[in-house]
Structures are given as C-alpha cells and as structure tokens.
Ligand binder design. Sequence first.
Ligand code: HEM
Length: 498
Amino acid sequence: MLLILVMGLIFFISLYCFYQVSKYKIIDDYPGPTPLELLKFVLLPKSTVDSYKFFVSLNNKYGPVVKIWIKPFKPTLLVSDEKFIKHILLSKEHVNKASLFELLEAFIGNGLPIMSDINLWRQERKTISHVFNNQFNIDYISTIKTHAIKLRDAINENLNQPVDLQMLLLRHGLNIVYEILLNEDISNQDDRVNRYSTALKTFFEVYFDRINSPLKMNDNIFKLTNNYKIWNKCSEEATEFIESTLKTVVELKNKSPNESFRKDFIDLLLESGLSYDRILAHLRTFVVAVIICSCYIILVFNYFLKGSDTVSAATGFALYELAKQPELQEKIFQEYISIVGFDEKVFAEFRDIQQMSFADCVMKESLRLYPPVPFIFRTLIKPAEIDDKVLPGDIDVTFSIIGSHYLNFEDPTKFKPERFLPENSTKIPANAYLPFSLGPRDCIGKIVAVAEVKFLISYIVRHFTLHPINDHKADIAGEVVLTSKNGLPVIFKRRIIE
Ligand code: HEM
C-alpha cells in the first residue's frame, strides 16, 4: 500500500515537473545563470551588497534579458530591454505587481503602490495624479524651504569633520514629505517618529521571515504563530501614526475651511471625492512605502534613524559625487546665484528651480548611476508577444532600472552630468532612462521629488563646499531603496563668497 502511495506521489510530482517545464519552455531561449549557480546564490549566506552586485552583474554578463529559472519552479525574467519596457511597462494592461506586495497591505495600507484591485487602482490613480500634478496650487516649496534652513543649521554644527549624508538627510527628508502630505511638522517629535520606526522595523523582520518560509506564507498557518500578533500590533501603530495627524487636520479644516487660492495636499484629497478611509489608506502607504524606505529602517541604539528614503537617497548620492568634483559644485553655485542672487534671505521659488538646468543634469545623473528604486516588478496578466516569442501569461518580470542605466550609457560607472545637457541627451536611447519608471504605473510623486532634490542640492552648494573622504568607496546595496552600507561621508566647509 505504502509503495503504491509513494509511486503515485512520484508520478504526480513528475507530471507536475513535466507540465511546468513545458509550460515555460520558451524561457529557455533566453540566456541566464545555471540552476546550480542560482542555487548557490540562494543557499549561501550573502550580504545585501553581494545580492545587489549579483543582480547588476547578470545584465552585464548575459545582456538585456536574463532568465532566472530553477526548474521546475516558475521562472522570472530580469530585463532592461527596450522592447520589454515598451510592451510591458508602457502597456495599459500589464499593470499588476508581483503577489509578494499583497502581503504588505496589512501594514502599509491599500494605497497606490500596493493596490491589487486594478479597476479601483485605475480610478484612484487618476484622482491622485490630479492632486499630485496640481503643483501650482500646492505650495511645496515653502515647506522645503523651512526644512532646508534646519538642514543648513545641522550642517553648520558639523563643519570641517566627516558627516554621513545618509544619516543627515534621512530625517530631514521624512520631515519634508510628511509635512507636504499631512501638514504637520514632526521635526520635534522624536518619540512618536521612533515608535513608528520601531513598528516599521519589526514589521519588516516578520515580513522577511514570512516570505522566506512557504509555510508561513499561508495565512491560516501564519495566524497560528506569535508573529501574527506582532504583525497586527505594528499595523495598528502605523495607522495611529498617520491617523492621529489626519484626524486633527481634518477636524481643523471642518471648523475653518481653507478658502484661499493656495490649497494643500489634504484640501485637494478631500475635494477629490475620495472617502476618509481611502485618503487614510493612501497617506499610510505614501508615508511608509515612499517616504521611509520600506525595509531598511534600522534603529541603532539611541534611537538614531539610519536608512534611506527615495528623495534622501537621490540627494545624498548627488552630494557625495559632487564632493569629488569641485568644478561641478562651482557650476551649480554660479547657476544658483545667477537665478536667485546673493541675498541669503531670498530663496529659490518653484519657477527658479525649473530654470536650474545644470542642477537638473546633476540630479538626473545621480538618479541614473544610483536609481533609488533599482528594480521594479510586474506580473503578466496575459501572454505577451515580444520579438516573435510568446511569453506565458502568468510569469513575473523584474525590470532592472540600474541594468538599463548601465547598458545604454557610455562609461556607465562614471558620474558625468553633462550627458544630460540638451546637446548630448539626444544620444540617450528612447525609454532607456527610467528612474521614476515609465508608463501608467510610474512614480506619481516625481514632480515633488524633482523639486525637492534640486532645491536641496543647490541650496546646500550655495552655502557650503563639499569635500571627499580619501579612498572612501560606497558599498552599494539594493534594499528596496538603494543605500550605501558604509555610509556616504563627506566634509562640509562654509562657502566663502568674495
Ligand atoms: C527621487 C525620488 C523618487 C524615486 C526615484 C521614485 C521612484 C519610483 C518608481 C521607480 C516607482 C514605480 C514602482 C513600480 O513601477 O513598481 C514609483 C512609484 C510610486 N511613487 Fe515614487 N519615487 C520617488 C519619490 C516619490 C515621492 C516623493 C512620492 C510621494 C510623495 C512618490 C510616490 C509614489 C507612488 C504613490 C508610487 C506608486 C504609483 C502607482 O503604483 O500607481 N514617489 N516611484
């Protein structure tokens, strides 16, 4: 009897393997590492720096489309190929993200980046795009200005000694975006921010533990574990962090509505017709997923935040590279002075930021060489025909933004902002530059992000000169948001203006 059972089991497993391998046969046409290489990578202990190097090396070694397949499991493709970008990223149909994201919903809310109900996503994406693109109404720049002054004061306290840009910028980046989105200045609320960050860190420990175990991925089994209670508690903390602010702001607005021409983000969300619960869900997601980098908040002893968010990462990497090239700092300084003038009390306005064309090149080059979101994911919802090959309709495709930024640019590892000058940028192949992704599910916050990064870079260079630390080489790791494991140290000196 036992023998029959075992034989039956072997038969069904073989049948399953045969089915899987024939279903995804077409994937074998693409080059990629052998299953043994992949198994070695999966099983051997590795740091996030090693993982990042491994995935970046795959496109360099095998080209723009790489198969990652341990048979008989489902394969995935790692791509930075223009045709895939056009057929999948730019398509209105393939907007689904990999199912791993759904697990995050409990904690970070069912906001845009996570939403799996695609009809609802389409509807709300339209509404929220309208709010985000309404830059003429929302006064982002005053908020950025206030915090830029605080950042300048913090730098002034640390002149002439090594300062880690990641540590310096993270909290300021969070304060800025929190205030833009929720109208609240949290710069003096360390206890509250730290409680939230602890919840965030714990949540992601449980998350990674969960996604590494097929058993715990099952909801019913997970509910029996101790981690389930921890997961729920973290989720409540996260909701509380945003909701307490949102409640107060909405109550205040109900008492005295904002009649002025200048609206803020919440005014526009309330006017958009979204329900209170949906607004809360979106704000929760924005704050967790976008502002604080999802999985890399580490609380180091005395509640110091270490980590990275997308905007701080972009600003930090740009400043780190500028420290190595004083002539680029000089160009940014001259451009700033020619547009804003010498008066320290006068700040750049939104239209000034738009005119800063060299700061724009520096920002773009920083996002090319160090894209804060180096990989993005899509799940095909139906077969896709690319290059005469029909890809099965359920595979995951990982787009390597960093891969495209390396394969399509000359001298890709060099920081050269001049590639983005108008006379050179025509050489950039279509769709090859995509730090904010492309297509219907691209970054909704890019206008805010670009304004903030350019404002901060030019404002800091206006007030200080930056100097490199000899021989420091950043150990880059792709931990949801790109980060340097050994920091981004530079030395600030006060700028002497004659
Ligand atoms: C330099 C800074 C930033 C970079 C490089 C960046 C990059 C990205 C990328 C690559 C995506 C696409 C993800 C995907 O396709 O799976 C994305 C999506 C998104 N980003 Fe950003 N982002 C930045 C800043 C921001 C900011 C400041 C906000 C909001 C305040 C924001 C809000 C969003 C949202 C809501 C989505 C999801 C859109 C959707 O799924 O419909 N981002 N971002």
